[in-house]
Design a protein around this ligand. Structure first.
Ligand SMILES: Cc1ncc(COP(=O)(O)O)c(C=O)c1O
Length: 347
């Protein structure tokens, strides 16, 4: 074990007590399993590969946001907001899981979906409907000014006597995603020890969840390695995660935070951009499904799986390391991309 760059290290109970100071409700099904993918390892002639099943957190088809909402919903409710307004893309997992969490908390949920007009009601959009989200489906042109649309809607709701929380106006939602994953790091440590795994190398979306695991590792003084996979060009990663490393340090009163050096980022797998699947992602989704029956999603975990497969095939992934694939969910999105996925045939 190494110590943190600051030289300070927390015990597990000290780190846990930092998290326990925050208001909390228990929405997520925890702990999530850590499961081996032996057939994928054999198929790739690669290292041992495990998957941390954050797709099994419950809350209307699961995903990483269930851990977030354990903390975010009490935060919103305790400040006496009665309505959540969210702006997301039409196939967003976040949009769906916010709907589910709002229902559990008894909050009204107004969802502004970009690029959503005239879409098939399928995948996350279908679940948004089932969950009773008040939907505003914007076309491509309206989507360019979605923030203005949301501000006007917020003013209208206020004039009607509501107290709306517009997610995009607040800092807390931008950092709370890391909190739940600091806790996931503690959970993972127990599982890694129980299985006696060494030389752990964690792959995940270059995002808040992976940063939460990094924070756990750095503050506990663990030598886990991390690789982030970029899945979108917008927002830029500095704005999305790295610029918030002090905010989360402050929120949890941590001795150490993360920096670029903690998370090498693979940028070459994004393709044309968010929401457009590359042929490699289509292949990766089939490979994971046909080997160890793990279903990845088209936008996030499929891209990480494509990156992992490519890194192993290129010989860039050491055989002596134990890979852990952080499966952050997104399952309903496979139905949105059904035609492309079903059209795949092995080459
Ligand atoms: C399936 C999935 N994985 C990963 C992410 C990235 O989230 P975060 O930055 O909170 O890790 C998202 C975001 O919505 C997602 O839906």
């Amino acid at each position: 074990m190494t110590t943190t760059s600051s030289g300070q290290k927390l015990s597990r109970s000290q780190l846990r007590s930092r998290i326990e100071k925050l208001p909390r409700m228990r929405i997520a099904h925890l702990p999530t399993p850590l499961e081996e993918m032996p057939r994928l390892s054999a198929e790739l002639d690669g290292p041992r590969i495990f998957v941390k099943r954050e797709d099994m957190t419950g809350l209307a088809y699961g995903g990483n946001k269930a851990r977030h909402y354990d903390f975010e919903m009490p935060h919103i409710r305790d400040e006496d907001y009665d309505t959540v307004i969210n702006i997301m893309d039409y196939h967003s997992n976040n949009a769906r899981m916010t709907a589910a969490a709002a229902n559990k908390t008894g909050l009204r949920y107004v969802l502004i979906l970009k690029n959503a007009a005239h879409r098939n009601v399928q995948g996350n959009l279908l679940i948004d409907k089932l969950l009773g989200a008040e939907l505003h489906l914007l076309d491509q042109f309206q989507s360019e000014t979605a923030d203005d649309y949301a501000s006007k809607l917020k003013e209208k709701l206020e004039s009607e006597g509501a107290k709306p929380y517009l997610v995009q106006e607040h800092l807390f939602p931008r950092i709370v995603g890391m909190v739940g994953f600091v806790e996931a790091g503690l959970e993972l440590l127990d599982q890694i020890e129980e299985l006696g795994l060494q030389n752990v190398h964690i792959y995940g979306v270059a995002g808040r969840s992976l940063c939460g695991l990094i924070l756990a590792a750095r503050n506990l003084g663990l030598d886990w390695k991390f690789t982030g996979v970029q899945v979108t060009y917008d927002p830029p990663l500095d704005e999305y995660i790295f610029d918030h490393n002090d905010d989360i340090k402050e929120l949890l009163d941590l001795p150490a935070t993360f920096s670029h050096a903690d998370m090498p980022v693979l940028t070459q797998y994004v393709g044309e951009g968010y929401g457009i699947m590359t042929p490699e992602v289509v292949e990766a989704i089939h490979v994971a499904a046909r080997t160890d029956a793990i279903i990845c999603d088209p936008n996030y975990t499929g891209t990480v799986m494509a990156a992992l497969i490519d890194q192993i095939r290129q010989g860039n992934q050491g055989a002596d390391e134990t890979v852990i694939f952080l499966h952050t969910g997104g399952l309903p999105a496979v139905f949105t991309f059904a035609d492309q996925l079903a059209g795949y045939s092995e080459g």
